[in-house]
Design a binder for this molecule. Structure first.
Ligand code: FAD
Ligand code: NAD
Length: 499
């Protein structure tokens, strides 16, 4: 991120795109762009970039780009899709850059999709979810490629996905069914398998997902609306039956209802969102989701990390949050574009929520003895589920220490709950450190520093297995990681939460 000049915020950009100004230089015309043509537009004052087959004139956007002009120029006159995906796959550039659209790259035609029929045919291989040869990337991928099949009773349709994974679990499966469009995504390591079908007939709103964890079989069970015999499951949609890298799969959103909004501190609220009945979605510990809202006619997307409704003292996640609800602890900034719009949502309003993402793996915690959590401000959010998971599931765990950095006492999130937890569980300890305390604060003060860290981050025994998780404003996280490395902690012993 680079500091932007005054008048170059996202809101300013949205205003410019609405001003009616010709941002492409083509007076609203869309053209077909060849590679040779694209390559000619490679200067700051004439810069075209191709993202996923669409070409944008990004020259007017240069000064508004949060990553800076140099970052954009890396892709000048070329296909910037990979570069874009590495940095901010989740940013909705289609909406953000729609006024900069020059046109499409010349593309090859795509074969029309075929119906998925339950009768035997030459397409049998495809029916049963075995990828046709051309989509298989290589022998090793073929070995692990999931497949699917389906069957029916009078009242039910069951889609069975054979993941070939021994440790399949509910967090790796996301299913949505809206307006007869079924989408089931299964995460297999860093790959994603997708079943995406326009169903042949209507189904009821609620669906069920059964997982046979040991054999890696996933069943999606749909209830027929009418008890008729289905001749086919439906029509495959664009990415049906594909197995690709997880990061190459576009984000999918479903609309969730805001059911409650409660104050946590003077500027932070706990939002409770309800998933549709026709969605199966569980957000793994350490992962975040993206929220999407239309602000001044432009789709804006920001990441947030789900928490629990409260810190459970007896470590049993309340059933209310077991799937149907997502809790988000969000700080409302007085000039924040997204959080201001969020704060204006009324109970009963809807907001789009994406599938989960993130590179934290529970296996990082599995054999831990000491866990240190360094959180600043809302950087506390990923620590909530992590704390709960570590204290509940990790039997070898000896200590969990949360070192929580805030500006003032009033900013401390869930202070009471944290103090109660520390009293209840002797493995857990919390330390609050304030950067702008009032004069009656008797606790620690300051910002993250090498001396603070060497005072608070200590192994319980000389070679105990340790993990230090860190999350907060980018400079906080970057400085923290550097201090920890200087103190001798290895890369594997540090996890930084970032986008
Ligand atoms: P913005 O409009 O982006 O601005 C926020 C504030 O910063 C404003 O006061 C603005 O004036 C100021 N500001 C903006 N740009 C600059 C600049 N360049 N220099 C100085 N000041 C600036 N937040 C949560 O509250 N809860 C979460 O659970 C959470 N999870 C996250 C997970 C991830 C993976 C990441 C990356 C971020 C997470 N965030 C979380 C932060 C969240 O995504 C947003 O960044 C935040 O809500 C602010 O959005 P906004 O549009 O309201 O603010
Ligand atoms: P804040 O401004 O209230 O600051 C909280 C504390 O952070 C300060 O008291 C200070 O100790 C430290 N801090 C702030 N700026 C610092 C700097 N420049 N250098 C060193 N230390 C600094 O914090 P906030 O407004 O609650 O912001 C929380 C941040 O955490 C946001 O930037 C948000 O994007 C980020 N966040 C990231 C994730 C994630 O990546 N997974 C999740 C949640 C929040």
């Amino acid at each position: 991120q680079v500091p932007l000049k005054p008048g170059r915020s996202l809101m300013d950009w949205i205003r410019l795109t609405k001003s009616g100004k010709d941002l492409t230089g083509l007076k609203g015309r869309l053209i077909e762009v060849t590679e040779e043509e694209l390559a000619k537009h490679n200067k700051k004052e004439d810069c075209w970039i191709c993202i996923r087959g669409f070409v944008y004139n990004v020259t007017p956007y240069m000064e508004y780009h949060p990553g800076g002009e140099d970052e954009l120029m890396k892709a000048a006159g070329t296909d910037g899709t990979d570069l874009f995906d590495q940095v901010h796959r989740w940013v909705n550039y289609e909406s953000m850059l729609k006024e900069c659209l020059v046109g499409r790259m010349a593309v090859k035609p795509i074969a029309a999709p075929k119906e998925i029929s339950s009768t035997l045919s030459e397409e049998k291989k495809q029916l049963n979810g075995v990828l046709p040869e051309k989509k298989v990337l290589g022998a090793s991928v073929k070995d692990i490629t999931p497949s699917y099949d389906w069957f029916q009773t009078d009242s039910l349709i069951t889609i069975v996905i054979y993941t070939k994974q021994k440790d399949m679990n509910a967090e790796l499966v996301t299913v949505d069914c809206q307006d007869k469009q079924l989408r089931g995504e299964i995460i297999v390591d860093d790959h994603s398998y997708l079943v995406e079908v326009d169903l042949g007939h209507a189904v009821q709103e609620d669906l069920a997902v059964n997982i046979a964890e040991k054999v890696g079989k996933v069943e999606i069970i749909l209830k027929k609306k009418d008890n008729i015999h289905w001749k086919m499951l439906g029509r495959p949609l664009g990415s049906h039956n594909t197995f690709i890298k997880r990061t190459d799969r576009g984000l999918f959103y479903r609309k969730c209802k805001l059911v409650s909004k409660t104050e946590v501190t003077h500027d932070t609220k706990l939002f409770c969102l309800m998933l549709p009945k026709s969605t199966h979605l569980q957000i793994p510990t350490g992962q975040h989701v993206y929220l999407k809202q239309i602000i001044a006619g432009t789709e804006v997307v920001k990441p947030y990390t789900p928490v629990l409704p409260f810190l459970p003292l007896d470590f049993k996640e309340p059933s209310r949050s077991a799937g149907a609800h997502i809790y988000l602890m969000i700080k409302i900034y007085s000039c924040g574009l997204f959080t201001q719009a969020l704060d204006h949502l009324q109970i009963g309003d809807y907001i789009s929520v994406s599938n989960p993402e993130g590179n934290f793996k529970k296996s990082q915690v599995q054999t831990l003895e000491d866990l240190f959590l360094l959180a600043a401000g809302t950087g506390f959010t990923p620590m909530v589920k992590l704390l709960n998971f570590a204290l509940t599931e990790i039997s070898c765990l000896r200590t969990v220490k949360l070192i929580f950095f805030n500006k003032t006492e009033d900013d401390i999130l869930w202070r009471n709950q944290l103090e109660q937890l520390a009293l209840k569980d002797e493995r857990f300890e919390v330390q609050f450190i304030l950067s702008q305390p009032t004069k009656d604060w008797v606790g620690k003060q300051g910002k993250i520093s090498s001396s603070l860290l060497s005072e608070f981050v200590k192994r319980s025994t000389k070679d105990s297995k340790v993990l230090i998780c860190i999350c907060g404003p980018t400079p906080f996280t970057e400085q923290g990681v550097q201090y920890l490395k200087d103190l001798g902690y290895s890369q594997e012993e540090i996890h930084a939460f970032t986008a």
